[in-house]
Structure formats: C-alpha cells, structure tokens
Write a protein that binds this ligand. Structure first.
Ligand SMILES: [Cu+2]
Length: 364
C-alpha cells in the first residue's frame, strides 16, 4: 500500500506537501484527523494545479474607507434611532416601498441595496405600536425582483401574509399586535440570506402597558454587510460566498458603521435610557453591552411578560431576535454601546451614548 501511494505521488508529479500528507496518512492509518488534514492538503494541491476556485481565500474589505473618511463620517446623516410616536386608535397603517438603491454603509463605502425607499435605505422604518393595536401593512414593490415581508410580531399564516409581491405590485395584510416586545421584520423571499444581507430588515416595537418610565428611547438594529468589492472605487454588491462563510466586511447599528461614534446618542445625567435592540443578521448575533454601566433592566429575548433581569452586563441578542435594555447613568461621560463580540466592534458595531456634557473624547 505504502509503495503504491508513493508511486502514485511520483507518477502525478505531486508536490512535497502532497507526498508528505500521503506519508503522514499512511503512518497513522485510521486517524480521522490525519485523514482530514491529508484531504485538505490534497484539495489545495488540486486547486493550485487545476485552477479550481473552490479553495481560494475570500477577499476581505474590512476597514477600507475613502481617504477623506473623517469628513465623510461627519457629513453622514445618522439613522434617526429615536422611536417614532405611537398612534391613536385601534388600527395603525404602515406602508413600505421597496427600492433598489445605492447608499453609504461606511465612510465613502457605497453598496447597492435591495431595500427601502427612504433616505437611509436600510434598515427600514421603525414601527412603533401599542400592544393590542392592529397593524395594516402594505408592501409596494418598487424593486426589480419579487419581495415580501415577514413580521416576527405577527401570528399569521406565512403563505398567505408573507407571500412574494411582484415588481410594480402592492399587497396588504393585517395582524393584531398582541405580543409585546421588539421584533424583527424582514423580506422572506428566497434566497432569504441574500434579501436580508441586502438590507431588507427593520424593527417593530410592540409596547406593553405599564413599562417603567424611560426618559429617552432608542431603536438599534444590528446587522452585517458582505461586500463584493471595497465600495470605494465603485459601489459594492453582495458577496454570497462571504455571506455563506459568515465573513462580514462591516457590522453596524442601523446600517452604517460607527455612525453613533461620530454622532452620539444623547441623554442627561440621571436619566433612564432605553434601547430596543434587534439583531437582524442575516446570520450573526449581537452581544449587547454598554461600557461603563450595568443594565438597570434587561428584558432578555424581548420577553415583556416576565420581570426584567437586573444587574446584567452583556446579553446575547440572537439573529432574528430582540431584547430591551434600560440604563441609568448619573455621571456625565461617553459610554460606548457595543456588541462585545469584539470583532464586531472592529468592523463598526459600536456607538456612543453621550451623557451630559463630558470633557474629552473616547479613547477606545
Ligand atoms: Cu426581498
């Protein structure tokens, strides 16, 4: 057997690595680990000699911004994280128009979205209703391909309500928002990975009666972008390979990397600030943490029927899930809010809560 393998290696003119792998495999026959290493080495060998692209590394564009990034970040109009007001009455009409558009997702980094006909493009508008109100939702498809909308706050047959809407058409459905919390909504058209990765998501807040008073309330939708190019020289599009490999170039709160570092959310000392957080993904979770404080209350998983957790430092918000957090900060300062999975901070999922009028700037 050994002689035969060596002969094969020599016959195909194999590289040293190939021959070494075969010898290693032969030496410890039966070890699955070694066999896997050998298989990998073999695949790489096949790639380099035959030109198949299956094993080529995926190119990262993380951190690549325009030369005048600081000026562009300052000029960027941040997504308004402030909750829109509640509406009176039993019925709340929500209309969304889908549109293909190019937006900035980081300073000087442009991306071709399939998303919402708003100035931000993505996320979609924050929907804010009272528990028990009925939502009448109308989707108008101004894009080039079919889209749909799946509201996690709804108990409804998906095949009827979340169905594909053809370009140029509109579709309306109603659901009663009986479950309180903060929920994701997203396009559910196949391939869903591509539709969510291209910006088709947002948050719906269903407010229960009797929550503790908050002085400020902000909505944060965490998500990640997978780029086909750097987006600086020309707009990037989705890299499905990178989306499948879960290798984002940027991660954000509300669609644009680091936007609340340049344009902090604000509060005054002693106020209670509430964050309604959704992790839209498409794939990655968000480990929500506010540096310099501890959650006064954390409604983990958006469960508003159980008492909130107290004294918690970091809460995992799963992709497709949400949670609600109160902080009460007495000392003026700059308090970063992050996904404490720190690769996400590096890729842009960080913002600042500016409490009062602090001196100096944030060092990290
Ligand atoms: Cu879609």
């Amino acid at each position: 057997m050994k002689l035969f393998l060596v002969a094969v290696a020599l016959a195909v003119g194999g590289t040293l690595a190939f021959a070494a792998a075969l010898v290693a495999a032969e030496r410890t026959t039966g070890s699955p680990q070694t066999a896997a290493v050998a298989a990998t080495t073999h695949a790489e060998h096949a790639t380099s000699s035959a030109g198949h692209d299956v094993a080529l590394p995926l190119e990262s564009f993380a951190g690549e911004v325009a030369d005048n990034a600081d000026a562009l970040a300052k000029a960027h109009v941040p997504y308004d994280a402030t909750l829109p007001p509640l509406q009176d009455g039993d019925l709340v009409k929500v209309k969304m128009v889908m549109k293909d558009k190019t937006v900035e997702i980081a300073p000087g980094v442009e991306y071709n979205l399939w998303a919402f006909d708003t100035k931000y493009g993505a996320p979609g508008p924050v929907v804010h209703v009272r528990q028990g109100q009925t939502v009448e939702f109308t989707l108008t498809n101004g894009g080039a391909i079919p889209h749909s909308m799946d509201f996690h706050a709804a108990r409804i047959a998906p095949n009827n309500a979340f169905k594909d809407v053809m370009p140029g058409e509109s579709f309306t459905f109603r659901f009663k928002a009986d479950d309180a919390g903060v929920f994701m909504y997203h396009c559910g058209t196949k391939p869903v990975l591509a539709h969510i990765a291209n910006g088709m998501y947002g948050a719906i807040i269903v407010r229960p009666e009797g929550m503790p008073k908050a002085d400020r309330e902000y909505a944060l939708v965490a998500s990640e972008w997978y780029l086909s190019g750097d987006g600086v020289s020309e707009p990037a599009a989705l890299s499905m390979d990178k989306a499948r490999a879960m290798m984002p170039d940027w991660t954000t709160f509300n669609g644009y990397a680091n936007q609340y570092v340049t344009h902090p959310l604000v509060s005054d000392p002693g106020e209670t600030v509430r964050f309604w957080v959704v992790a839209a993904g498409p794939t990655l979770d968000t480990n929500f943490h506010v540096v310099g404080t501890i959650f006064e209350r954390a409604w983990v998983n958006g469960d508003m029927t159980s008492p909130p957790q107290v004294g918690v430092q970091t809460v995992a918000v799963p992709a497709g899930g949400g949670a609600v957090f109160d902080v009460k900060i007495d000392e003026a300062g700059l308090y970063p809010f992050v996904s404490h999975s720190f690769a996400h901070v590096d890729l842009g999922q960080v913002g600042l809560l500016k409490v009062g009028k602090p001196k100096g700037s944030m060092s990290h």
